[in-house]
Design a protein. Structure first.
Length: 264
């Protein structure tokens, strides 16, 4: 393993920056490439077949071009649908991102939890299995809030995002039967922690929000515990979309130690 071989973080957009932030704490010397499939955004409204084909195809090409030591799929939707397929195709470690139902079940006091993600994530059997395994005796209320994704992207571009707009996207979760008992909400999309201040104001200060970024970074650190790290050049990010649009996020990326943006 070359010391300059990067860790590749892949997301449909820029939600994976929440994972990158935790990875910087765990492995500050690790070279990183951030890959954003902006041309495919949003994933939440796509079919399972579309997502599986797109993610596996892109990651195959990226693995060939960048020779990463490990790939992190920093997207709940992509992971719950395509993780197994990608692991079958690529012979390198793949770390996925799945809804943090297990830790939420341990934290809830009322026994009623919420699950906020994209519509595509909400309907996955993978999520059903997590609920059966880790939320026995609990109530899990689900809501697909696709509209939070563009709001998170807008916030990173420096645009003002109103609490009212966020509240409109999540009110269907609270209005479900049992919604008044919610005390813990799983943010099952890596974009959503970017909106945690607005979500807290919209849903109440007593809600505990849970997401998996820290756990994902810990898993990556464990899998690379015997590796050496050395940067040949600056970390960079690539987009499948228009570079001019991507460059509007340059300040956001700079906050995470990435100042070079390129077209994939």
């Amino acid at each position: 393993m070359n010391a300059n071989s990067p860790i590749l973080i892949f997301d449909s957009g820029v939600g994976g920056l929440t994972v990158l932030g935790e990875l910087r704490k765990a492995l500050p010397d690790a070279p990183v490439i951030y890959a954003a499939d902006m041309a495919g955004l949003p994933y939440g409204a796509k079919s399972e077949a579309e997502i599986a084909a797109r993610v596996s195809g892109l990651l195959g090409r990226m693995a060939e071009r960048y020779r990463p030591r490990l790939i992190c799929i920093a997207c709940n939707t992509a992971s719950t649908i395509a993780l197994g397929m990608v692991r079958d195709v690529l012979e390198i470690p793949i770390v996925g991102t799945v809804p943090a139902i297990k830790p939420a079940a341990a934290l809830t006091r009322s026994g009623t939890m919420g699950l906020l993600g994209t519509e595509a994530t909400m309907r996955q059997v993978y999520v059903d299995n997590l609920e059966r395994e880790f939320a026995v005796g609990k109530t899990l209320l689900r809501h697909g809030a696709n509209g939070l994704v563009p709001l998170a992207e807008a916030k990173l571009r420096g645009e003002k995002v109103s609490v009212g707009a966020v509240a409109d996207e999540v009110k269907a979760l609270v209005l479900q039967p049992g919604g008044r008992d919610l005390d813990t909400v799983v943010l099952a999309c890596t974009h959503f922690p970017l909106l945690e201040p607005e979500l807290r104001e919209a849903m109440g200060a007593d809600i505990t929000f849970v997401h998996g970024a820290e756990g994902i970074a810990s898993r990556i650190a464990y899998l690379t515990r015997d590796h050496s790290f050395e940067r040949e050049g600056p970390d960079f990010a690539v987009t499948t979309g228009e570079l001019a649009d991507f460059e509007k996020l340059d300040r956001a990326f700079a906050n995470y130690g990435i100042e070079v943006l390129e077209k994939f």
